[in-house]
Design a protein around this ligand. Sequence first.
Ligand SMILES: [Zn+2]
Length: 316
Amino acid sequence: MVSLMSRRTFLLGLLGTSLGACAGPVIRTPGEEIEKFPLVDAHSHYGAVRDPMGEDLIEAMSAAGIKRMVLFEASDRGAKELARRFPGRFAPSYQGPMGIDRRREQMKYGMDAQIAEQVGAEYEKALRSGLYKGLGEIPTYHGARPVAIAPHSPLVLRLLELADQYRVPINIHCTASEGGAGRIDQALRSHPQTVVVWAHAGSYLSPASIRDFLRDHPNLYFDLSTLHPPWPVRGRTHLAYSGVIDESWRQLLESYPDRFLVGFDFGPGASGAIRSTPLSLAREVGEFFRTVLTQLTPPTARKFAYENAEKLYKFQ
Ligand SMILES: [Zn+2]
């Protein structure tokens, strides 16, 4: 009897899931409303190779339907100039020497107090200019960076201190595996006042672990750049599959609507080389995020799409 009942239940269960899987997206916010959203990209790069890179970004933004962008630059390349030319559209963010591999080689893995002071002084000079609205993307543990600099190292802790002192967010790239999660947890605990944006949903934390981090650290936010095609799903999750939002992500976004930011990671290609962004890709990723947004409740969709980033980066 038990086995028969269970076979019927099993078959019904199977039927349910396949129906569920091939069921279309549940629209919770009309597409027409989403189309009007002033989307904010909280994670893109001003490149070093192509100039005018600014024009490429402007084109990519209109192709993707992005109104405003947080723009990382490793050195004074042009992000501030773009912000001056297009008021209210760009928040320059100082990635600084930690974004330059040749400089990272001289940083003794960020563990030397004197170097932490010297390099910290460069970041403070940038923040004192008042033209930078954030720090980052600060690569700590990063698969494409030859030199690893720990997120709890004296150097990175100095940057967290400065970000708090100048009341700006700091965006950090830290691969969670191989101890990354434990060390960024330490850094967050030591600077509970600093607004930290962990890039790429923590590269690659599971939604369940993200929920724990959000519960434990009210000063932590996540940008969800690269959780979409064409980035491979190897090790990471995507926010949606075949146009249907991933259920664990939907629940997480609805549980913590104030803590997530949209991100496109324009500038660096999949190989990490800085180059311009194909417009077809910009359009595709823009569509991907809008599809996800229609499957969120209106207040959560607004917060994820633009309100959270506007607040953190003080867009006027
Ligand atoms: Zn990036």
